[in-house]
Write a protein that binds this ligand. Structure first.
Ligand code: AP5
Ligand code: MG
Length: 212
């Protein structure tokens, strides 16, 4: 967990590869549905463009489906879920049903001014989904992914007014999960400032004490 722009997607890619588990990002699943024009995508887009959360019931059912896929049987890394207390309670129930459990919750800690800088320059690859930044992690040729050669795009919800709303929603609805998981002793705070690689090292070091 962490506010919009904290680097959840960036770090999740490296950490999931390190742990050899799938990265399951609710934001990515919603965006894929928007791109394909599915009914779920049409519904989700209304909320996403306004910087609001997609309703819990829709999100919870989608995650339950995803966690029941075979590639998640030996573990997974969630990015952007849960982000409300009802979602966290639903996840606990899903994990019991799957005979699984939650090993650790990582909170990426970074100031609002920095996340605004990160989000306003973010670019995402339309082909492979790799996350770039025009200033902090630029591609060699503008607008083209170094990894796969596809075009980059700017997310619709990275407009200043939507960013402000997402930050508000984060502190109101998602920040309470810090106490929820803190009380259970599974929360680890990671300083998410500085170079991407340094943050990955901090995160992987922290995971070791949880058996990762
Ligand atoms: P989601 O896609 O999850 O968006 P978010 O939480 O707002 O987070 P972001 O993806 O914007 O940021 P990030 O932390 O992944 O940062 P990133 O690595 O890209 O959700 C989108 C929407 O979907 C929500 O608003 C909601 O409507 C809906 N939704 C999703 N999940 C939901 C749920 N559970 N319930 C209900 N609704 C849900 O990095 C950002 C930028 O910074 C990049 O350009 C990157 O290159 C750069 N960067 C990263 N690290 C560094 C660094 N160390 N230094 C400099 N730059 C850096
Ligand atoms: Mg993300």
């Amino acid at each position: 967990m962490g506010p919009p722009g904290a680097g959840k997607g960036t770090q999740a890619e490296f950490i999931a590869a390190h742990l050899a588990v799938p990265k399951i990002s609710t934001g990515d699943i919603f965006r894929a549905n928007v791109a394909q024009g599915t009914p779920l995508g049409v519904e989700a887009k209304r909320y996403m463009d306004a910087g609001q959360l997609v309703p819990d019931e829709v999100t919870i059912n989608m995650v339950a489906d995803r966690l029941s896929e075979p590639d998640a049987a030996d573990g997974f890394l969630l990015d952007g879920f849960p982000r409300t207390v009802p979602q966290a309670i639903a996840l606990d129930k899903m994990l019991i049903e799957l005979g699984s459990g939650l090993d650790v919750v990582m909170e990426l800690v970074v100031e609002n001014e920095e996340v605004i800088r990160r989000l306003s320059g973010r670019r995402t690859c339309r082909g492979c989904g790799k996350i770039w930044h025009v200033e902090f992690d630029a591609t060699k040729s503008e607008g083209i992914c170094d990894r796969c050669g596809a075009d980059l795009f700017q997310r619709d919800d990275d407009k200043p007014e939507t960013i402000a709303e997402r930050l508000k929603v984060y502190s109101r609805d998602t920040a309470p999960l810090v106490d929820y998981y803190g009380a259970r002793g599974v929360l680890v705070g990671i300083d998410a400032t500085g170079p991407v690689e340094d943050i990955t090292v901090r995160a992987i070091d922290a995971l070791r004490s949880y058996g990762g």
